[in-house]
Design a protein around this ligand. Structure first.
Ligand SMILES: [Cu+2]
Length: 154
């Protein structure tokens, strides 16, 4: 009896929290080709890449990223000056209306720091992206499964 109540509560929670996500999957802002680069066990940092496609008529601003596998996730931009390669933290990544922004090796990426579990090829890791509008109002939280890819398997 106790268990039944528990499940009921769980399914209600599911409806409450997953409906907006399900609706969002139909269009608006789409996250495509999301992957995390596999790193050797013991390495505490890696990067995630993806494409944000904004099919709406307003700009979406990515303000934060979270995932359970890392203690911190930051949006970074790679900068190349001469033969020096460095990374800069980007606080807000703007996805202009009707456009796409690509995060790819050598450019923008999501830096995952403080990895807390070993990554395996083809594992799926949930990542949550928070978007705000130009007034700083929260637009949507989008949760997507991101596939771990071993760079050597290409
Ligand atoms: Cu970085």
């Amino acid at each position: 009896m106790k268990k039944k109540t528990h499940w009921k509560r769980l399914s209600l929670l599911f409806v409450l929290c997953c409906w907006p996500l399900a609706l969002l999957a139909e269009g608006d802002l789409v996250i495509e080709d999301a992957e995390i680069r596999m790193v050797p066990p013991g390495q505490k940092m890696t990067a995630a890449f993806m494409t944000f496609r904004n099919d709406t008529d307003e700009a979406w601003i990515l303000s934060s990223v979270t995932t359970l596998i890392a203690s911190r996730a930051e949006i970074h931009e790679t900068q190349i000056e001469g033969d020096k390669v460095s990374m800069r933290k980007v606080d807000h990544l703007i996805i202009p209306a009707g456009e796409s922004v690509v995060l790819a090796p050598g450019g923008l990426h999501v830096m995952l720091m403080g990895l807390n579990s070993p990554l395996k090829h083809d594992d799926e890791v949930e990542m949550i992206f928070m978007f705000i509008d130009e007034d700083g109002e929260e637009l949507e939280l989008i949760s997507v499964p991101v596939t771990v890819k071993d760079p050597r398997s290409r």
